[in-house]
Design a binder for this molecule. Sequence first.
Ligand SMILES: NC(=O)c1ccc[n+]([C@@H]2O[C@H](COP(=O)([O-])OP(=O)(O)OC[C@H]3O[C@@H](n4cnc5c(N)ncnc54)[C@H](OP(=O)(O)O)[C@@H]3O)[C@@H](O)[C@H]2O)c1
Length: 513
Amino acid sequence: MSKLLTLENSLREGLGSQRSGVPCSLVIFGASGDLTKRKLVPALFSLYQKHLLSTSFSLIGTSRSQLSTDEFKHRLKSALDEKIPGISSALWESFSQNFHYLPLTGGFNNLADYQALSKLLNDLDQKNDTLGNKIFYLSTPPEVFEDIISNLGRVELTREKKGFSRVIIEKPFGHDLASAQMLNQKIKNVFNENQIYRIDHYLGKETVQNLLVMRFANSIFEPIWNRRYIDHVQITAAEEIGIENRAGFYETSGVLRDMFQNHLFQILCLVAMEPPISFEANAIRDEKLKILKSIRPFEEEELKTSACRGQYGGGYLGGEKVVAYREEAGVNPLSTTPTFAALKIYLDTWRWVGVPFYLRSGKRLAKRISEVAIQFKEPPDLLFKNNLQAISPNVLVIRIQPDEGITLKFETKVPGMAFEVRNVNMDFRYGTSFTVGAPEAYERLLLDCMLGDATLFIRSDEVEAAWEALMPILNYWETTSPQEAFPNYEAGTWGPAMADALFVKPWRKWRRL
Ligand SMILES: NC(=O)c1ccc[n+]([C@@H]2O[C@H](COP(=O)([O-])OP(=O)(O)OC[C@H]3O[C@@H](n4cnc5c(N)ncnc54)[C@H](OP(=O)(O)O)[C@@H]3O)[C@@H](O)[C@H]2O)c1
C-alpha cells in the first residue's frame, strides 16, 4: 500500500472512530486562575455530557489561594453558569462529585505540599479506581513551571509505577531559545518525552486539524501544492482584543512570542509539511520539524524589508473608543513592545523554494479572524485581454475562526452575450455542512492526553527549532528602535501601512478581510 493510502486509512480510523477517556486523576496547578474556569472545566463538562469522560475520573485543583473544596467548586460552577446557563444542580453535582481542592501552604516549592498531593492521589485512586493514572496540568505562569516539575519528581509522582503519569505544559514554553532549552532539560530530568504534552491550543481547533485532512485525504490538492503552482501563502491571526488585564505578561512577551513562535509557526508547518509516513504523532512531528528547520535564517539587513513591527494607538472598535497600548494599565508609557508583526518567510525545501509565506498577527485589528490563504499563480494572460477586470489568481482560503470553512475563488463567465469574466467563490461552511458543532480545542486536547495521543502536542525539538528561527528577529527588534515611531497603527485598522512594503511584486498584497 502506498504511504499516502496508509495515511488516508489512518486518518479515517483516527478521526472517524469514537474515543472516550480512560480512568484518571487530573491535577491542575494554578486552578484558581482564569484558564481553569474559562476553558478547562467547561471542556471537561462538555466531555462529561458527551459521555467521553470516564466514570472513574477525579479532579484535584491546587494553588496558593486558600480555598475549601466547596469554595473551589462554587467558583467553577459560577463561571460555567456564565458560559452555559441552566445547568441543573443535580447535573453539576454528579459532574463535580470527584472534584477536590488542595491549598498550597506557601508557594509552589514546598515539598510537604507535594507529599500531601501524592497521598490524596493515592486515596482517590483507591476510592475512584483511577488505575494509578495521573495527568498534571501546569496552568500557572511559567515562572513556577520548574518548581512544580522538580517537586513532582522529588515525590516520584513522575514515575509510572502503576498507571501513566503525564504532564501538560501551557504556553509560553520558554522566553527565548536558551530558556526553552533549559526548561526542556529540567522537564526531561524527571519525565520522558512521551510523558510530556506541550500544548498549543490552535492545534486543538477543528479547522487546523482539517488542514491535514484536506491536504492528505483529497487527491486534487497534492499535485498543485508546490512552487510550480502556488505564488505565495498568507497566514493571518488577527485579534480585536487588546491586552486585557495581562500587561505584565505582554510587556515581556510581545506579539512574536505570543503568536508566532507557537500558533502561526504550527499552522505554517501543517500547510507546508511533506506527507508524513503515518498519522502517528512522531511521524507528523518529524515532518513539522523539517519545516521549522527549513525557515531561511533572517540576515540583519534583510530584516528591514522582511519583518514589520507595530504597536496600536487609540481608536475605535465596534463603535467604542479604545486606548492606545501605551495607555493600558500596567504598560510602560514609552513601551516599544510590538503588538503587531508581519513577516516574509522563505522555506528552503525542494517543494517551496522561492515561494514567500507572509505571516501577520496583531492586537486591536479591525476584525477577529484567522485564516490561511493559498494564492495560485496567475494564468497566462492571453485569451481574456479585453476583459473589463484583470483576471485574478485562484485563491484557496481555509478559515480557522470564526465562520470556519474553506473557500475557493475562481474565474467564471458572466452570463450574457459578451465574454466577460469575473471571480466567484465556492464555499464550504462547517456550520451548514455538519449538524454537530466542533468541540472546543481544550476538549479535544484533554481527551487526547488521557488517551496518550500526542499528535496535537509539540515535541521538544519543534519548540526549540521555532525559537531558533525567531531569535534573529527578536534580537534585532530588542536592540534597535522601530523604523517608525510607535504607536504606528490606529486601533480598529489592519496594522501599520508599512506592512505593505513586505510585498515587492505588484500582484501580491495583503488580503482585505
Ligand atoms: N487564560 C487563557 O485564556 C490562556 C490562554 C492560553 C494560555 N494560557 C496560559 O495558561 C496558564 C494559566 O493561565 P491563567 O490565565 O489561568 O493564569 P493566571 O490566572 O494568571 O494564573 C493561574 C494561577 O496561578 C497562580 N499565580 C499567578 N501568578 C503567580 C505567580 N507569579 N507565582 C505563582 N503563582 C501564580 C494564581 O493562583 P494562586 O494565587 O491561587 O496561586 C493564579 O490563579 C499561563 O501559563 C497562561 O500563559 C492561558
